[in-house]
Design a protein around this ligand. Structure first.
Ligand SMILES: CC(=O)N[C@H]1[C@@H](OP(=O)(O)OP(=O)(O)OC[C@H]2O[C@@H](n3ccc(=O)[nH]c3=O)[C@H](O)[C@@H]2O)O[C@H](CO)[C@@H](O)[C@@H]1O
Ligand SMILES: C=C(OP(=O)(O)O)C(=O)O
Length: 441
């Protein structure tokens, strides 16, 4: 098991570059399943645990896949399988995004039911409602979802009860190969939806309206492989912007795009952080006095839930009281308990967290309860007195490439170390005993 150790107190300075977006690359890789002909090349693919999980899912489905030098190469011409077992979906919910493409291309998909996770129950009813409206029959049993359709999916009018990112993507992919026109209303408008639509259109699909509240897809008979470059990761970029602000530093974040980051930029400016917008990124200059702001997470273009924990870290340094309300996920305040270990003053009332500051944070042993919580605890550690030890790094590795190295390049005192746990030693003893005695199996 690894842990990250941060010693607070350094102002960050320099330039850091955002990778390709995790939340864009996962659906785009899933969409490569739709190409009956040719080899897709996807560029700027970040080296993340989630990308390797998606690669393994596609390999399991018999696709030819290769990932090297940030390029993902995929060929789906062979006989595809239709089964995605629990071992993949358990690691990463986005594995469920292969359902739309499989149903459209193969008329069948058998996928493990994604369970809940640390941030909430995360149902998939809106995805299934879309597939059913297009003529699929869906059965749930023994921990699996099986969807089938005889012949092609049929274009349909679908109204989502909530602008779900995953449901919009899954239905968009399925509808690209359906017979007739599909109109999806109340869809997600995130930049990652637009990126997926651009890739689908490069493959020969006819998707219009991505980035607005309604998407219209004219189904086509077949799709071909295409080349595509992934958009920069607005959440990773935003995390580095907060790192600059919390340390009162001066950092240029290459790839931080104004049009993707408006809500974050607005809130950080309200707090008194200076942000310069450039064509290729943003320069963030921290202020010695930060003002508190209230914020509410909402679907895009509202404030992104994936930046909520990081902003909470910043708000512990503001002078006064701030209220953060989480409306997207039902249980995305697990980090509050960890922040409290660092001496912060945060109270939870229903779906809101009330943060009183400024707090002189103190280093502590904390656990990354989810991906963004982990990043936020490291940000807090950058200004805490003494050492902060962050464990459960597997969450952080899902969404940040070399997070500690990038912070170190900006001057942070941070390292990643291997920790040998008592249980690892016990396990090693058992393994060596078993191999000495040749008693395994
Ligand atoms: C891989 C990826 O892109 N992940 C992002 C995606 O997750 P994901 O696509 O899972 O998020 P959704 O937009 O679908 O979920 C948002 C809310 O809708 C609910 N819901 C969703 C689907 C459904 O069928 N029924 C239902 O009730 C969820 O439980 C949640 O409360 O968007 C989230 C919201 O911006 C981000 O936090 C995640 O980083
Ligand atoms: C919640 C997140 O991702 P996922 O949907 O992959 O769990 C995230 O990126 O913060």
């Amino acid at each position: 098991m690894d842990k990250i150790i941060v010693r607070g107190g350094k102002r960050l300075k320099g330039t850091v570059k955002a990778e390709g977006a995790k939340n864009a690359v996962l659906p785009v890789i899933a969409a490569s399943l739709l190409a009956e002909e040719g080899t897709s090349r996807i560029y700027d693919v970040p080296s993340l645990a989630d990308v390797y999980t998606m690669k393994n899912v596609l390999a399991h489905l018999n696709m030819d896949v290769e990932y090297k030098d940030n390029t993902f190469i995929a060929n789906a011409e062979g006989a595809l399988g239709t089964d995605a077992p629990f071992e993949y979906v358990r690691k990463m919910r986005a594995s469920f995004l292969v359902m739309g493409p499989l149903l459209a291309r193969k008329g069948h998909a058998h996928i493990a039911l994604p369970g809940g996770c640390a941030i909430g129950s995360r149902p998939i009813d809106q995805h299934l409602k879309g597939f059913e409206a297009m003529g699929a029959t869906v059965e749930i049993g023994q921990g699996y979802i099986e969807a089938k359709v005889k012949g092609r999916l049929q274009g349909a009018k679908i109204y989502l009860d909530f602008p779900s990112v995953g449901a919009t993507e899954n239905i968009m992919m399925a509808a690209s190969l359906a017979e007739g026109t599909t109109v999806i209303e109340n869809v997600a408008e995130e930049p990652e939806i637009v990126d997926l639509a651009n890739y689908l259109n490069a493959m020969g699909a006819k998707v219009r309206g991505a980035g607005t509240g309604s998407i219209r897809i004219e189904g086509v008979e077949s799709l071909k492989a295409a080349e595509h470059t992934i958009i920069p990761d607005r959440i990773e970029a935003g995390t580095f912007m907060v790192a600059a602000a919390i340390t009162r530093g001066d950092v240029f974040v290459e790839g931080a795009l104004t049009e993707h980051l408006r809500p974050l930029v607005a809130k950080m400016r309200e707090m008194g952080v200076k942000i310069e917008e450039h064509d290729n990124g943003m320069r963030v200059i921290g202020s010695d006095i930060l003002r508190p702001v209230d914020l509410k997470t909402m679907p895009h273009p509202g404030f992104p839930t994936d930046m909520q924990a990081q902003m909470m870290a910043l708000l512990t340094q503001a002078k006064g009281t701030a209220v953060v309300t989480e409306t997207v996920f039902e249980n995305r305040f697990m980090h509050v308990e960890e922040f409290r270990r660092m001496n912060s003053s945060i109270k939870i009332e229903g779906r809101s967290a009330i943060i009183s500051g400024p707090t002189r944070l103190q280093g502590a042993e904390v656990s990354a309860t989810d991906l963004r919580a982990g990043a936020a605890l490291i940000l807090a550690g950058l200004v805490a007195d003494g050492e902060t030890h962050v464990t459960e790094l597997r969450h952080i590795d899902r969404g940040y490439v070399n997070f500690h190295e990038k912070l170190k390049s900006l001057g942070a005192r941070i390292e990643r170390v291997k920790v040998i746990e008592e249980s690892d030693i016990e396990e090693d003893k058992v393994v060596s005993m078993n191999s000495n005695n040749k008693a395994v199996n």
